[in-house]
Structure formats: structure tokens, C-alpha cells
Write a protein that binds this ligand. Structure first.
Ligand code: IMP
Ligand code: MG
Length: 215
């Protein structure tokens, strides 16, 4: 499946992040829980500006509807749209995967779109494209509303994890197969407020697992 309805632009890969080189130091407040910073705050800010320029070029001349998936997109969305110098309307879809921690569970829609997107140019925004299961459920739902075109924008892409035939049109960063938190992304609903993208210490996952297993 592809989001490329009436669009000819090739997929633009995001720059790779999180390989080899040691990243910046973890801020002292987070050192007991966060093992390393994968993408620093300043790096995210720079990338979002250039992503916004790419999107502006493709959507110029028409009013767009930004459809953002809750809850993981909060920070990315807020930063991205403040750099989009285009007329736009904003709406949210609630999608929740009732899994524990790192395991994706059953996907449930918790909020439907309210804006009419028929005949409109839609930018579908999510935090991370992992297996692609979420997008492969969301995309047909939005397509059924008959927009003129849909483009997908994600902050992070883990292509090595993909099981569904989904590609994003705009990618902030391509990352390896790592579970990451921060900048909106959670582990068991925590760590969304980190201003950077990081990897947790293994003991955090183990403790959370023990709490769940003891229940
Ligand atoms: P997918 O359906 O497997 O593509 O996964 C998409 C959803 O899983 C994202 O919207 C996130 O909520 C969650 N997810 C996937 N990978 C990560 C991760 O590394 N950290 C936090 N959440 C993740
Ligand atoms: Mg999510």
C-alpha cells in the first residue's frame, strides 16, 4: 500500500541517526534512566526546519489539512507546524495500541477526524514508522474520506522493522532497530517529555516488566 495518491515525488529518506558515533551526554536529570542520547534537541530542531521547507515546496498554493496521530506526535507536530508557512487546518486521529511497553497490542481508534478532508491535500503525521501496521490501518480510513492526495510524514523511520508495504514521503531521521523514547515517544506512557530522542537503560525495561508480571 502507498500513500502516493496523485503524487509523483520520490520518497525522501531522512538522514541516518543513531549509528556508531557516541552521541551527546545524557542530561544529569535523566542519567539513571536514559542510557544514551540518539538524537539531540538541536539536531531535531535543525532537521524539522528543513523538513518544513520540503513540505512547503510540495504543498504550496493549496490549503492543506494536517492530520496528526495522537499521542506520540505532540512535540514533533507542534515544532513542525510552527515552521510551515502555509495556510493549514489541523485535526487529530486517536490511535492507541493496547500493548504493554514495547509490545504493540491491538489497535483501537480512540478519536475520529472531525474536519472534512474530501478533495483536500492531507499531510498525515505520525511519530514513528516501525512495522507499518498502524499506518496500514490508518491510511485506508483516511483514503475512504476521498482527499485529493495524502502524504505521510514521520519523525522517525525504522525501515529494518517493516512488515507492511508502507513508505513515508517525509522522514525526519532513519534509525536502526532500537526502542527509543522521548520527544513524544513513550515507554509505558512515560518519557514523552524528554526534549531529545534516547534509549533507556535495560534495567528500566526489566523493572517495568517485573511490575506487570507480578500483577
Ligand atoms: P507500527 O504500527 O509498528 O509502525 O508502530 C507505530 C507505533 O508504535 C508508533 O506510533 C509508536 O506509538 C509505537 N512505536 C514503535 N516503535 C517505537 C519506539 O521505538 N518507541 C516508542 N514507540 C514506538
Ligand atoms: Mg504512536
Amino acid at each position: 500500500m502507498s500513500a502516493k495518491l496523485k503524487t509523483n515525488s520520490p520518497r525522501r529518506k531522512g538522514p541516518k541517526a543513531g549509528n556508531a558515533k557516541p552521541g551527546p551526554a545524557v542530561p544529569p536529570r535523566w542519567r539513571t534512566e536514559v542510557e544514551r542520547v540518539l538524537i539531540a534537541e538541536e539536531q531535531i530542531a535543525r532537521r524539522i526546519k528543513s523538513l518544513a521547507r520540503e513540505i512547503e515546496r510540495d504543498f504550496r498554493g493549496r490549503e492543506m489539512v494536517v492530520v496528526s496521530l495522537l499521542n506520540g506526535t505532540v512535540m514533533f507536530l507542534a515544532d513542525l507546524i510552527r515552521h510551515l508557512n502555509l495556510p493549514l487546518r489541523l485535526d487529530f486521529m486517536g490511535v492507541s495500541s493496547y500493548g504493554l511497553g514495547m509490545e504493540a497490542g491491538e489497535l483501537v481508534f480512540t478519536k475520529e477526524l472531525r474536519l472534512d478532508v474530501r478533495g483536500r491535500d492531507v499531510l498525515l503525521v505520525d511519530d514513528i514508522l516501525d512495522t507499518g501496521k498502524t499506518m496500514s490501518r490508518v491510511l485506508p480510513k483516511v483514503q475512504a474520506l476521498k482527499p485529493r492526495r495524502i502524504k505521510i510524514c514521520v519523525m522517525l523511520d525504522k525501515p529494518s522493522r517493516r512488515t507492511e508495504d508502507i513508505t513515508a514521503d517525509y522522514v525526519g531521521f532513519e534509525i536502526p532497530d532500537l526502542f527509543v523514547v522521548g520527544y513524544g515517544l513513550d515507554f509505558a506512557e512515560r518519557y514523552r517529555n524528554l526534549p531529545f530522542v534516547g534509549v533507556l537503560h535495560p534495567h528500566v525495561y526489566q523493572q517495568a516488566c517485573q511490575r506487570v508480571c507480578q500483577k
